[in-house]
Write a protein that binds this ligand. Structure first.
Ligand code: ATP
Length: 211
């Protein structure tokens, strides 16, 4: 039986940008996902600092950025949990909500490859979903060969099989926050509605804002 595919895309999305939506769309086409769910994290266990945009602002900006794509959805599941959020718990929750006829993919960008070894119960995560790694501008082509001793050849082969060649989009939330704080142009990196939202709410005017 062909399973329904659901791609989950976690991140801080502080703010969501064109890179996120572009690679998510291409990845969903490559893997045949019927749906992509953007899941903003309350706090990244690895980033070690709080996002500068509040939970509600980040959620609102995602909602605006994905509005025109019927395949895209957003979940506040991790925002409603006590911090920090662990991907394995989120995947299990979606597996149980979507049922056995669905297959869960988790999308990450190539900059996350080296961090993965520090993720909570990473081996269980690799085994229990398809961890799909997307290309990212400024990063090496994703390659898990060096993790073979750590995770074993079967897991590494699965990770390599799930590398997705996505377009290289020069956008990062850090650079966008820097540009906004410096009063520089960000229009090519953000969705129009998100630019307007940021202006209206005066977000990211200084680097450490949390409102
Ligand atoms: P920051 O610059 O603050 O690290 P970010 O731009 O990486 O932010 P996140 O919200 O941390 O944004 O990213 C969520 C996920 O999207 C991560 O897996 C990240 O690797 C991926 N991602 C972000 N931007 C891109 C991009 N331009 N191309 C491919 N993947 C991306």
């Amino acid at each position: 039986m062909i399973k329904r595919k659901v791609a989950l895309f976690g991140g801080t999305f502080d703010p969501i940008h064109i890179g996120h939506t572009t690679v998510a769309l291409v990845a969903s086409e490559r893997i045949g996902a019927d749906k992509v769910v953007f899941i903003p994290a309350k706090r990244s266990p690895l980033k070690g600092f709080l996002p500068s945009g509040s939970d509600s602002h980040r959620l609102a900006m995602i909602t605006l950025a994905i509005a025109e794509n019927k395949k895209f959805d957003v979940s506040d599941f991790e925002l409603n949990k006590p911090a920090p959020s662990y991907t394995l718990e989120t995947v299990r929750r979606f597996q149980s909500d979507c049922g056995p006829d669905s297959e869960i993919d988790w999308l990450i960008g190539a900059d996350g490859v080296d961090d993965l070894q520090h993720w909570y119960c990473i081996e269980d995560l690799i085994d229990s979903c398809n961890l799909c790694t997307m290309y990212r501008a400024g990063c090496d082509r994703p390659d898990y060969g060096k993790f073979e001793k750590l995770w074993g050849p079967r897991r590494v082969e699965k990770l390599q099989r799930n590398v997705i060649m996505t377009p290289l989009v020069e956008a990062s939330s850090t650079e966008i926050r820097r540009r906004l704080a410096a009063g520089e142009d960000v229009s090519g990196m953000l969705h129009k509605a998100v630019v307007e939202y940021i202006r209206r709410h005066k977000l990211y005017c200084n680097e450490n804002q949390t409102d």
